[in-house]
Design a protein around this ligand. Structure first.
Ligand SMILES: Cc1ncc(COP(=O)(O)O)c(C=O)c1O
Length: 375
């Protein structure tokens, strides 16, 4: 029997309806969207529709959506694109200590190229303090990039307040929304951001597709040079098949977000309640309220996450720390949250999804209890 998949924050399967929407673009519609004949017009129309679907979900104009190869490229584009185009204004960027490597490593790269980066600390729940953002702003600050929701513990950051600060100080604001889209409402005007990253494979679209929202008027230097695709902002013949998939996935999110949210929360809460009842010493990481509905980062004190997962063959989840022969690598997120070492070492992230069943949760709970009690 296949293990129970509780790793939807790592990736999601392609939703059957998304797959159906993509099928005609595998064999039938293969034209280059830049071609003026009927083959090209068919794929151009499909891209236009997908751009509209993504824009409808994000509450923006279609021409403000640039398709990318995923969340990492969208983050690279937003951060490097701002850094390069606004270098004459300043060289300071504010980010947080709990970002995904697709933000942190871009910032580290820029640090080696003359930029100064402030990595804001977080509290025990993984929350960025808005006052600290304000204190970090200098006349040199050109960009604030803070994630909407954390991939490991699910904490939702105060993006509305941070965007407000950015706007008042005339600083560009970007948010990595790879984990929040499809789980909680993500609309550009409510959040107040200038740029926002989307990763298709976290919302039941394929891997290798994503998008960057860029508010009209925002300056951004091109990263991929070539022909004038994507409103002349990102060159390369469009990934039509996957763009169609992302469009459909976004349409589904717009139509069904509330039910997706409630269902994921029901399954996640069932898992947490059942484990907490039987194992009162476990600790649930992340903010008690401001947290993604599907994410359960659970610390089993005194145990090692990799050993738990090795024993737990019935469940597919991920570890928050890895112990090697003579050293322990705790995730930078748990480290930033100052989770004590004996808790951090035993941290497993379970994340539920649209297709998780109650029966799977109950089986997973039994399997986890069996392993933890044995260990
Ligand atoms: C918060 C966050 N940002 C960015 C990414 C990277 O997205 P992609 O895998 O599409 O490059 C991920 C994926 O794990 C993520 O969780």
């Amino acid at each position: 029997m296949k293990s129970i998949y509780l790793d939807y924050n790592a990736t999601t399967p392609i939703d059957p309806a998304v797959g159906d929407a993509m099928l005609p673009f595998i064999h039938k519609h293969f034209g280059n969207p830049s071609s003026g004949h009927e083959y090209g017009l068919a794929t151009k129309k499909a891209i236009d529709q997908a751009r509209q679907q993504v824009a409808d979900m994000a509450g923006c104009l279609p021409e403000e959506i640039i398709f990318t190869s995923g969340g990492s490229e969208a983050n690279n584009f937003a951060i490097k694109g701002t850094a390069h185009v606004l270098h004459h204004k300043g060289n300071h960027i504010i980010t947080s200590a709990v970002e995904h490597p697709a933000v942190t490593e871009v910032c580290r790269y820029l640090e080696n190229h003359g930029f100064e980066i402030t990595y804001l600390t977080v509290d025990e729940f993984g929350l960025v303090d808005v006052r600290q953002v304000e204190e970090a702003i200098t006349p040199q600050t050109i960009l604030i990039t803070i994630m909407h929701a954390n991939n490991e513990v699910g904490t939702i950051e105060p993006i509305v307040e941070i965007s407000e600060l950015a706007r008042r100080n005339n600083i560009q604001m970007h948010s990595d929304c790879a984990q929040s889209v499809g789980k909680i409402p993500v609309t550009v005007d409510k959040l107040g951001v200038d740029m926002l990253s989307i990763a298709g494979h976290k919302l039941y679209a394929p891997k290798g597709i994503g998008a960057l929202y860029v508010r009209t008027g925002i300056e951004l230097e091109k990263q991929m040079h070539g022909a004038d695709h994507e409103m002349n902002r990102r060159a390369g013949t469009e990934n039509v098949l996957e763009i169609v998939g992302l469009g459909k996935a976004c349409e589904m999110v717009k139509q069904n977000l509330a039910s997706y949210h409630d269902y994921m929360q029901k399954t996640r809460d069932r898992l947490e309640f059942a484990l907490k009842e039987k194992l009162p010493s476990i600790k649930i990481n992340g903010h008690p309220v401001m947290r993604l509905p599907n994410t359960a980062s659970i610390s089993f004190p005194g145990l090692e996450a990799n050993k738990i997962l090795a024993e737990l063959s019935e469940v597919a989840a991920s570890a928050g720390a890895a112990c090697h022969s003579d050293q322990i690598n705790v995730s930078s997120v748990l480290e930033a949250m100052l989770v004590p070492l004996d808790y951090a070492m035993g941290t497993v992230r379970f994340s539920t999804g649209r297709h998780t069943t109650i029966e799977e949760i109950d089986r997973a709970v039994q399997a986890i209890l069996r392993v933890v009690e044995k260990m």
